[in-house]
Write a protein that binds this ligand. Structure first.
Ligand code: MG
Ligand code: MG
Length: 296
């Protein structure tokens, strides 16, 4: 059972990076443009507006790794540590960085603030995209999950829609890793939709932007409408828009459900092998790390 949790956790993280690497090629494209250029885009070939090398990942995976590293280096969770690791990452001039993320990190560097100003414009997916390390870390003791998630989110995204979606994505990922039960996952999503029907993916309208509701609806539509890992990720990134982030989040859920054996070996081989190593080590360490330090 324990090995199964490790295996599904690892698959979630690896497929997050795969969705990022695959989706970066089609980020900001329209489905029609993708079809014209690639037919079905399902090979990790790099390129895209960031001109990536095949297998390279973007800010989504890098920020997740930075957050995970902060937990392991601090010997626990500290919002200050998380913000410092985000700042360290930004100073390395990453290949991509969202404007809300940049504003939040600059706010930390210049004012020492770990809570960005509340803004209706902070309803992007930039905080939701990097929360997987917190999920993995909290699997052994879920009671801190909500507070840790909200505090890491608010470093850059102080917005209730971002909070709601990030929490639900975490709950869904947990249940999939622990039980592999897709129905239980749907129940969690349905609870959110009851509270706010505009999160509903049932009549998916094809909008796949970085707005958190678009991301949530895109991911949930393709996750629940597909029955294997390949399809979930490929259909998501072929929707274009914020394809790397949406692909990463869809990959996270698909990996958690279908596990390592669902991953096409070509994807696994093409993904940056340094990233694979970092993710493998971090997954193991986060699952084992004690929860001694909690500084929210
Ligand atoms: Mg990205
Ligand atoms: Mg993106």
């Amino acid at each position: 059972m324990k090995n199964e949790v490790f295996e599904r956790s690892l698959a979630a993280y690896i497929c997050f990076a795969i969705g990022d690497a695959l989706g970066a090629t089609t980020e900001f494209m329209l489905p029609r443009e993708i079809k014209e250029k690639y037919g079905i885009h399902d090979k990790i070939i790099g390129g895209g507006w960031l001109h990536l090398k095949a297998g390279n990942v973007t800010d989504d995976t890098e920020m997740s790794l930075a957050l995970g590293e902060s937990i392991l280096e601090t010997g626990g969770y500290s919002v200050q540590g998380a913000a410092e690791h985000f700042a360290k990452w930004m100073k390395k001039k990453p290949v991509d960085i969202g404007s809300t993320v940049r504003r939040g990190i600059v706010n930390f560097i210049t004012k020492g603030s770990v809570v960005s100003l509340y803004s209706t414009f902070s309803a992007g997916n930039g905080a939701a995209m990097r929360n997987l390390p917190v999920v993995l870390y909290c699997l052994k003791d879920w009671k801190w999950f909500e507070e840790m998630t909200i505090s890491q989110c608010h470093i850059t995204h102080n917005n209730e829609l971002s909070d709601m979606a990030t929490l639900v994505l975490g709950e869904v990922t947990k249940v999939l890793i622990e039980t592999g039960d897709k129905k239980a996952a749907l129940e969690i999503v349905s609870e959110l939709i009851k509270k706010d029907p505009s999160f509903s993916h049932s009549k998916y309208n094809g909008e796949a932007s970085g707005y958190i509701k678009d991301t949530f609806r895109t991911v949930m539509h393709y996750f629940f409408d597909s029955d294997n890992l390949y399809e979930t990720i490929v259909r998501t990134v072929n929707q274009g828009g914020d394809a790397d982030t949406n692909g990463a989040i869809a990959g996270m859920l698909a990996g958690a459900l279908y596990g390592m054996e669902g991953i096409p070996s070509k994807w696994l081989k093409t993904l940056d092998q340094d990233v694979v190593k970092l993710i493998t080590k971090q997954t193991e360490d986060l699952l084992n790390a004690p929860m001694d330090v909690v500084l929210l």
